[in-house]
Ligand binder design. Structure first.
Ligand code: HH2
Length: 287
């Protein structure tokens, strides 16, 4: 069970308070092939409606992405990704200053998304696929989410294989954090993410969830992205309602183990789970 957290985070227009439980990132996939919300947010007006609903639910950040990263997903061209992501960010920025993260591994998408008003770069490669994205994050004073993946989506499952998945992932992420700090990102603007499902098998994913506290003890806020992932469906089966209940159960485990942010599709469900977590946490989590 988690001990008192030692990190602070003030990046990207977002103030996290470890005592209040995690911030909720609402997933706005502007992709036609996402496994979970298949293209529903491609039209900027509909994406904006979804974003406003998520804010009303209690989402602290809107995570806008234009490239599916599910295992084996086809890569998307720069032009296509820009065409998907920028109108959505612009539409949201037209009506609210709410924090926005851009879920991209492309440096140019990061640059233009930040120029359009995004506050955080959520890079599932931790700036390894296109290192130039890091300079854009530094120049914009953006927050960064550094996620672990062993390889690009097309190849990542072939790389699943670890001596000790928890120690390996934590060591990789801390090294990436030190790298981005050296490049000029404030320590207080860095989030680490073990990358559930990215080049990890079922047992790896559940080891990471069970021992998320090991990563949370490294001194950075930790994001957990488990929503509707295969690791959930492996446990619940594919019925969407049951997958949602399974996601909520995994969210509670992540919160109990120190998650500072939850990346999720159903923001209202995550906010409800957090409300229960807060009741538990109010009495102390160590005894
Ligand atoms: N997972 C996905 C995409 N981006 N970013 C972070 N930081 N952490 C994650 O776990 C993560 C992520 C994949 O999930 P989803 O967006 O639902 O699907 P798709 O890849 O099809 O967009």
């Amino acid at each position: 069970m988690r001990k008192a957290s030692r990190w602070t985070f003030a990046g990207g227009g977002l103030d996290l308070d470890p005592l209040k439980g995690p911030a909720i990132l609402g997933i706005l996939n502007a992709t036609p092939d996402s496994f979970s919300d298949g293209g529903r947010h491609q039209d900027p007006a509909r994406a904006l409606d979804a974003a406003l609903r998520m804010i009303e639910d209690g989402a602290a950040v809107l995570d806008v992405g234009g490239e599916s990263t599910r295992p084996g997903a086809a890569p998307v061209s720069l032009d296509d990704e820009l065409r998907r992501v920028l109108p959505v960010i612009e539409a949201i920025r037209g009506v609210t200053n709410h924090p926005i993260s851009v879920d991209t591994t492309k440096a140019e998408v990061a640059r233009l998304a930040l120029a359009a008003g995004a506050n955080i770069v959520n890079d599932v490669s931790a700036f390894r696929f296109e290192p130039a994205g890091l300079a854009h994050a530094v120049a914009a004073g953006a927050g960064v989410v550094l996620m672990h993946t062993p390889a690009r989506p097309a190849e990542m499952m072939a790389h699943a294989g670890y001596d000790d998945v928890v120690a390996d992932v934590a060591a990789h992420l801390v090294a990436r954090a030190l790298h981005v700090e050296a490049a000029g990102v404030a320590r207080s603007a860095i989030v680490l993410d073990p990358g559930f499902g990215f080049g990890k098998g079922r047992a790896d994913n559940y080891s990471l969830l069970r021992k998320l506290g090991f990563l949370a003890a490294k001194g950075y806020p930790v994001l957990a992205g488990v929503s509707r992932k295969r690791m959930i469906r492996e446990a619940t089966g594919d019925n969407p309602t049951l997958v949602e209940h399974g996601t909520t159960a995994a969210h509670m485990a992540a919160m109990m183990n120190g998650a500072a942010l939850l990346r999720t599709h159903d923001t209202a469900a995550a906010v409800a789970a957090r409300a229960v977590f807060r009741e538990l946490a109010a009495g102390g989590l160590d005894g």
